[in-house]
Write a protein that binds this ligand. Structure first.
Ligand code: NAD
Length: 295
């Protein structure tokens, strides 16, 4: 199996929808699945709404109308069998090991052997993700960590394990490079890989220092945005974009994975403010706003 002619993305949230759109923009058919929303008459409403949002995104749509025709929407209860037709399955569901593993078990019953399966996890080690899964699944499994927004961020971290078939890594890396325009960086299977191990440090620093110095988020971003290499959003704007609700998952996962004496461990401490914001629905752009208000 050498080419990726059809892909699937599971999880139509901030990242999954963006990844699906980026694949469709490259002219490749993609199936976008999410869960069945409770009590909804339209069982594929989450994926359908995600596509609508991508077409309306400001300042520029994430996907052309032509590309949108390449995205087929569905849900993981009614449409799982359609994965048998896909050459690459990207998992982009919530950052929880139990949820991801339960999904992999289902995927493994329907995918054709040799189909690449990758996770967009921010922090969960590959070894933990495939623990208890079939040998064949381990051979075809890797981590493809896209950055937000997937259409514009060029970096793609790829993590493979000792069991991953090098041909699978090559197939996905080549597709990501040639079709998706990504700069692929092969990372070791270490907690947070490269970017998030570093990123959580400066996010903690930004929140801590802004509080200690009594800065507004605008003031903090003016000194911690461009100088940190994040020209447009700044650090606080980036957290709004990423989704504030993702932060505890990322911090907890790193906290569990890093030894206490690791210099990066102290950057994973809980931030009470983040918990309070999530409780009030301030999850960033996908919620009622975050550090910045929504217009
Ligand atoms: P999100 O909360 O925006 O979306 C997650 C989606 O997964 C939701 O629509 C949810 O309904 C769906 N879902 C949950 N369980 C499911 C299941 N069993 N089957 C199908 N769908 C399911 O999350 P996100 O921010 O897009 O993050 C997704 C993944 O990408 C996480 O692993 C996260 O760590 C990673 N990630 C996020 C970012 C970011 O900037 N947000 C960046 C890089 C990586």
């Amino acid at each position: 199996m050498s080419e990726i002619r059809k892909a699937a993305v599971i999880g139509a949230g901030v990242m999954g929808a963006g990844i699906a759109a980026h694949i469709a923009n490259a002219g490749v058919e993609v199936l976008l699945l999410d869960i069945v929303p409770e009590g909804a008459s339209n069982r594929s409403a989450i994926a359908e709404k995600a596509v609508e949002r991508l077409l309306k995104a400001e300042p520029a749509a994430f996907m052309s109308k032509r590309a949108a025709k390449l995205v087929k929407t569905g849900n993981v209860e009614d449409d799982l069998d359609a994965l048998a037709d896909c050459d690459w399955i990207v998992e982009a569901v919530v950052e929880r090991l139990d949820v991801k593993q339960a999904l992999y078990k289902k995927i493994d019953t329907v995918r054709k052997p040799g189909t690449a399966v990758s996770s967009n996890t921010s922090t969960i080690p590959l070894a933990a993700l495939i623990d208890g899964l079939s040998e064949g699944f381990g051979r075809d499994f890797l981590i493809t960590h896209f950055f937000n927004p997937p259409r514009y961020m060029r970096l793609l971290e790829i993590v493979s394990g000792p069991a991953t078939d090098p041909a699978t890594v090559k197939r996905v890396s080549t597709f990501a490079d040639v079709k998706l325009g990504k700069t692929v960086v092969n990372c070791k299977d270490t907690p947070g890989f490269i970017a998030n191990r570093l990123g959580t440090q400066w996010m903690q620093l930004a929140v801590g220092e802004a509080f200690a110095l009594g800065l507004t988020v605008e003031e903090a971003d003016s000194v911690m945005g461009r100088p940190f290499g994040i020209p447009k959003t700044g650090v606080f704007g980036l957290m709004d974009l990423v989704g504030i609700d993702l932060m505890p998952h990322v911090l907890n996962s790193l906290q569990r994975a890093l030894p206490k004496d690791d210099p990066f461990h102290k950057g994973t401490r809980d931030l009470p403010l983040i918990g309070e914001m999530i409780e009030s629905g301030l999850t960033g752009r996908k919620g009622k706003g975050g550090f910045y208000r929504l217009n």
